[in-house]
Design a protein around this ligand. Structure first.
Ligand SMILES: Nc1ncnc2c1ncn2[C@@H]1O[C@H](COP(=O)(O)OP(=O)(O)OP(=O)(O)O)[C@@H](O)[C@H]1O
Length: 893
């Protein structure tokens, strides 16, 4: 058996994917920004960059002992910098090659000993994280390869037991294996453990006995992700985590008897020994997200000796759920494999991801020089938990916090003990879970595999994320109403209670629009009016509903012609420009509602030469909501506007626990029979001007707005709690600094002065948060009309906000409210609508996401109005973004 304390050095890798077909088609001459520099004395090209040569240089004896890989490095060049890594995989490297190099050892150790491991895939959007971890089609990723190896070992030993869990993590944990709401599921919470990383309690964590069972669970998890497509909040913000727990059954009597269910004396001793965690990091918010920031800072800290982590202990990891969960890996108690994925063109914040890789190579380097004794996590020792529970219950008088901690620990103990239950009992539990999952999918109107095989035609849901596209389908038989209160339950921005009607007759399917608002139903990119006659549907037709739901019509006999990959580009852009602009404005409005801002952005189609020449850009205006004063105006080229709409769509998709169809499947099937009758009667009712229908619509719309307001409050509460958490961490850091001061790192006088400074700063931050809090929770009627400052959500944003505040207060009061038209410099003709000269630095609230600001950050292209002449423009001196603000400094005259 392998050494109990065996732990390999961390591994940092970069994977550069090939150009995608649509990238090559739309811009054939995109520059390759990531390059592997030629060999130089400092870097050794090894691993898959020389796939045919398994080892570039013989590893040292020490390196061999410690896992060999840390000793050798390659480097990737990006943006004028060189970043070291242990492996660089290029477009030519298969999934298998990546698995073989990165994970065979980690998986082998997890099976054979108590060495746990964590694999983190991070990188900009569309860089290949999900492709690498899960894989698409026959391109199996790291998780399927690991599953294969684990079950091979289980087959060979007959003693290895495997449990798995699959969940999403952001401000909260969403169990992807739990049945869809409204089926009640256990409360999920993160419990901190002494000597180990936090454990997620309340998750479904079934015992799995075959690869097919794992596959079915992952498929269900992905369906669940695709189903929660409410257009409120932020999609793509959550990290997806898949975990294997491994245990070995040891039979002290050697007779292999299974214990009876509930029998206290188990002849088989089951030891849960290791876990393998795969994390697909969210990329949509990049390093604006505290969890990625926390990850990066933890790696940086480890690279400089782990001073902060040691000084602050658990508090250091409390900045996000992700860092709490990954504490073991970040502290070196588990092997960590970090894989930064990239497109050949790099992508947003690629340098920051490569920086994390660099830090991890430094950690590995340190371990090579001074090998640490393995300190395996205590995650799996029930004994430790029992000891802690006993000690705690005897300690001091009862208190609320003590009771809460005891309850949490007992919950962990109970969940872990469940894994020791007899196998037959656990198998039954998995069967029950699968049944509940399927029932919940059916309640939402989704079809299962057997339904699809038998159905003559169905609708396949398409999704912006290739991992989720096509994993949900609706079978169409008879007559169906689609909508938020239809026979087929749909949710999302712009979806009406009864949105459209699909009926099967004369051997085909027919689509009728029931929604009275324009541009809500599109068939193959063509808008259908409420008065349009029913349209016949054929195989491969695409239906777009509301703002972001898209479906594909599939006739089963043509199934073999279905190529989802080819469909991915979508024909959303074949919509008329004004429909797309309307959709973008609706999405922006929703975003602003969530931000509770008194500023307003919208797009409009400019009039160019009275319509003689084609429109090549869309105008984006940012204005004060009440006065209508224009604060900024950008000209956005059409292609960028289209990708912005797509991005906005994705930004707004988010799971909400309460979303669920309001009716049981039984009621729904009754309703199906009367569906066409209801469509007719609804129409008739409206035509006859029946007041109760109008009233119902009003109530529904009021409810919808209430729901949005509640969602807005929840999101604000989240961001506030994050800020408060960060302020507390800052305080803890100060205390740790003081402790270090006491230990001689700096003199007590220096420490005292430092504390005073920090204290001042913290007091100001807390005062700001308190007033913000008070303002937020005032009833809206009492809220002042002034802009509610949107609190930045990260520590660095907090300090940036302080500088913004300083700038704000430095602005002379007499200066009129700034108003400026910023031009990208790309367009030549249109003249800005309004420009007022202002002096000094001024601020502009940023409500649009980063891509649109790309023009503005190219300082050389920026022009602001000349102070003396409206028609003249001059370059700005300096522009930077901080805490959600764009800050310009104007040149002196
Ligand atoms: N190594 C690769 N070889 C071929 N195709 C790849 C590779 N990596 C990624 N792709 C393709 O790139 C696209 C984006 O990949 P993927 O969905 O994995 O990105 P992602 O980083 O997970 O995106 P997001 O952050 O938006 O979830 C997919 O179509 C995928 O098939």
């Amino acid at each position: 058996m392998a050494d109990r304390n065996a732990r390999s050095a961390p591994v940092a890798a970069v994977r550069i994917r090939p150009w995608l077909k649509n990238e090559q088609e739309t811009s054939p001459d995109l520059p390759e920004r990531l390059a592997v520099p030629p060999r130089n004395p400092r870097t050794t090209v090894r691993g898959p960059t020389r796939a045919t040569a398994p080892r570039a240089a013989a590893p040292t004896a020490d390196a061999r002992r410690r896992g060999a890989r840390a000793a050798q490095r390659v480097a990737v060049a990006y943006g004028g910098e060189t970043y070291p890594a242990h492996y660089i995989f290029g477009p030519q490297h298969s999934q298998q090659a990546v698995y073989k190099e990165l994970l065979t050892k980690l998986i082998g150790e997890a099976i054979a000993s108590n060495a746990s491991g964590t694999v983190i895939a991070c990188g900009p959007p569309m860089s290949g994280k999900s492709h690498t971890l899960l894989g698409y089609g026959s391109e199996f990723g790291l998780v399927p390869h690991a599953t294969l190896d684990i079950f091979r070992a289980a087959e060979a030993t007959k003693k290895l037991k495997v449990w798995c869990s699959y969940f999403e993590l952001h401000h909260e944990v969403v169990d992807l294996l739990a049945p869809l709401p409204p089926t009640p599921s256990a409360d999920v919470e993160l419990v901190e453990l002494r000597g180990a990383g936090a454990q997620v309690c309340g998750l479904q964590e079934p015992l799995v006995q075959s690869i097919e069972e794992v596959q079915a669970l992952v498929d269900y998890g992905n369906q669940r992700r695709a189903a929660n497509e409410k257009l409120l909040g932020v999609h793509g913000n959550a990290h997806t985590v898949f975990v294997f727990h491994l245990a070995i059954d040891e039979d002290p009597h050697g007779d292999g008897r299974e214990p009876l269910s509930g029998s206290p004396a188990s002849p088989v001793e089951r030891r849960v020994r290791s876990k393998i965690t795969f994390v697909d990091c969210a990329s949509s918010n990049g390093f604006k997200d505290t969890s990625l920031q926390g990850l990066s800072e933890s790696l940086k800290d480890q690279a400089s000796g782990g001073v902060r982590a040691k000084g602050l202990g658990k508090a250091f990891f409390r900045r996000s759920l992700l860092t709490q969960l990954l504490e073991d890996a970040l502290c070196g108690r588990e092997q960590l494999v970090l894989l930064a994925t990239a497109s050949p063109g790099g992508g947003e914040q690629m340098g920051d991801y490569l920086e994390m890789v660099r830090h991890l190579t430094q950690v590995a380097e340190q371990e090579k020089r001074a090998p640490m004794e393995g300190t395996p996590s205590r995650m799996d020792c029930l004994g430790h938990l029992q000891v802690e529970i006993e000690a705690l219950s005897m300690e001091g008088p009862p208190s609320e916090s003590k009771e809460a901690r005891l309850a949490a620990l007992q919950r962990v103990l109970a969940e872990r003990s469940l894994r020791e239950a007899p196998e037959a009992f656990q198998v039954q539990q998995l069967v029950a879970l699968r049944q509940a999952q399927e029932a919940s999918l059916a309640a939402w109107g989704f079809a299962c595999e057997e339904d699809l095989a038998a159905a003559p035609c169905y609708l396949l849901r398409l999704h912006g994320d290739p991992m989720l596209t096509g994993c949900l389908a609706y079978v169409i038989t008879g007559s169906r109403i689609l909508g938020s209160s239809g026979d087929i339950f749909l949710q999302g921005l712009g979806i009406a209670p009864q949105h459209c009607h699909i009926a099967e007759h004369s051997g085909g399917l027919w689509l009728t629009n029931l929604c009275s608002e324009p541009h809500r139903v599109f068939l193959n990119g063509k808008s259908m009016e409420a008065t349009s006659p029913a349209e016949p549907l054929k195989h491969g037709d695409r239906i777009q509903l509301g703002c972001a739901l898209e479906m594909l019509v599939v006739m089963n006999e043509n199934l073999k012609n279905l190529d989802l990959e080819a469909l991915e580009a979508g024909d959303l852009w074949s919509r008329p420009l004004d429909a797309l602009v309307q959709q973008a404005n609706e999405l922006l409005k929703e975003l602003e509602l969530l931000q509770v801002s008194n500023q307003h952005s919208h797009f409009e189609v400019p009039e160019v030469d009275g319509g003689a020449s084609p429109v090549r850009f869309v105008r984006w205006e940012h204005s004060e909501r009440e006065s209508g004063e224009v604060l900024a105006s950008f000209e956005v080229p059409l292609e960028e506007f289209q990708s912005e709409v797509k991005r906005l769509q994705e930004l707004y998709r988010s799971p909400r626990k309460s979303d669920a169809p309001k009716e049981s499947p039984d009621t729904a099937s009754h309703r199906t029979d009367t569906a066409s009758h209801r469509v007719d009667s609804t129409r008739e009712g409206l035509q006859a001007g029946r007041p109760e229908l109008a009233e119902l619509a009003q109530v529904e719309s009021a409810l919808w707005h209430k729901e949005k307001a509640v969602a807005a409050s929840i999101r604000r509460a989240h961001s506030l709690s994050q800020c408060i958490g960060e302020t507390v961490s800052a305080l803890q850091e100060t205390v740790a600094d003081l402790r270090r001061g006491a230990a001689g790192a700096f003199t007590p006088v220096e420490a005292f002065e430092k504390l005073q400074d920090e204290n001042q700063d913290l007091k100001q931050r807390l005062a700001r948060l308190e007033s913000h809090w008070a303002e937020t929770w005032k009833p809206s009627s009492q809220r002042s009309s002034a802009a509610v400052p949107s609190e930045p959500s990260t520590a660095s944003a907090l300090s940036a906000a302080t500088s913004v505040d300083r700038l704000r207060s430095a602005r002379p009061r007499a200066v009129p409210r700034p108003s400026v038209v910023v031009r990208s410099g790309r367009m030549s003709s249109p003249v800005p609508t309004r420009a007022e000269p202002v002096a000094g630095p001024y601020l502009m609230r940023r409500t649009l996401p980063v891509p649109l600001l790309r023009h503005a950050t190219e300082v050389s292209q920026l022009r602001v109005p000349h102070p003396d002449a409206d028609t003249m423009y001059m370059p700005v001196q300096r522009v930077h973004q901080a805490a959600g603000y764009l800050i310009y400094t104007r040149p002196s005259k």
